[in-house]
Write a protein that binds this ligand. Sequence first.
Ligand SMILES: Cc1cc2nc3c(=O)[nH]c(=O)nc-3n(C[C@H](O)[C@H](O)[C@H](O)COP(=O)(O)OP(=O)(O)OC[C@H]3O[C@@H](n4cnc5c(N)ncnc54)[C@H](O)[C@@H]3O)c2cc1C
Length: 325
Amino acid sequence: MAAVHEVDISIVGAGPAGLYAAYYAGFRGLSIAIIDSLTEPGGQVTALYPEKLIFDVAGFPAVKGRELIERCVEQAAPYDPLYLLGQRADELTPHGDGSFTLTTSIGTVVHTKAVVITGGIGHFTPRPLPDAEDFEGNGLVYFVKALESMRDDDVLIVGGGDSAVDWALNLEDIARSITLIHRRDRFRAHEDSVNKMMDSSVEVLTFTEVHSISGDNGIELVEVFNNRTDERRILKVNKVIAALGFKSDLGPLKQWPIVIDGRHILVDTRMQTNVPGVFSAGDITEYDGKVRLISVGFGEAATAVNNAAVHINPEAKVFPGHSSG
Ligand SMILES: Cc1cc2nc3c(=O)[nH]c(=O)nc-3n(C[C@H](O)[C@H](O)[C@H](O)COP(=O)(O)OP(=O)(O)OC[C@H]3O[C@@H](n4cnc5c(N)ncnc54)[C@H](O)[C@@H]3O)c2cc1C
């Protein structure tokens, strides 16, 4: 039997904007469901750069991605949001009384009085390392959830972007050995980080790609080849991080009755879409002068939720009052 929930407000996307929307909805006394297709909250921050330091969030001179998300979750926790993780919000059905029904990819049904879409760059999945499915979760990962999970490992990193180079640098003092292979000789990462990596103990092999992975109980050997000379080499590693980038797609949101321009949802100054009661915040929104930053998403989430509170109860004020007690 599919689960059925009744809430005041549903938030689609548990990235930083969605988590802050959950806090604000709780502060406004609204009951909350927060849906994400990823199995952990944090959106791009958790999936792509949990160990990176972020320098431009107000009040935090420097904060690791992971810690920022932990704080956002903690901030919303007193209001007990219902997390529906590992499920995509697939269908949105508006009703004549201004309420909605949301249905997720596993059949969960949420009846809700307002919706805030904080879907970021959409539902995103890593670009797979070809012919390596057998080792997924068994030595092969697409992002590193915790650096400590690689302590004393022999790690092969595949990729030439920021994530690949950052993992290499961050793991240098944790892993036993690190080899990074990249199919070109030019990196897409910050020059400064590439220079640091070149000066580090990381072994960097350019024009190199994976030929095959083998091992009976997890990864034991990876055969790599030089794509210019076809020279082969066998690396003894037990972990592979494939940092080949992500594919993102708005997916089912494109079928919803909201106006989408390219990959973004058009909103007004209240962060409301063309559908009354459906609001949006964070990277997914578009308006003249839009800046895609975490700090901007936080502000938009507050605006969206406070206006959603008025949609739910027209007697309510947009201004929530001050939180300081
Ligand atoms: C490497 C890197 C470094 C960055 N550094 C900084 C920085 O230093 N400072 C800064 O301000 N910004 C930085 N950013 C950008 C920042 O991460 C984004 O602006 C921020 O994550 C946007 O937050 P969001 O909540 O709007 O969306 P996201 O973080 O993208 O979260 C959206 C969530 O919605 C979910 N979702 C989408 N569609 C659905 C659906 N139909 N059903 C269920 N779930 C759905 C997704 O799975 C995702 O979890 C960086 C980005 C990257 C990639």
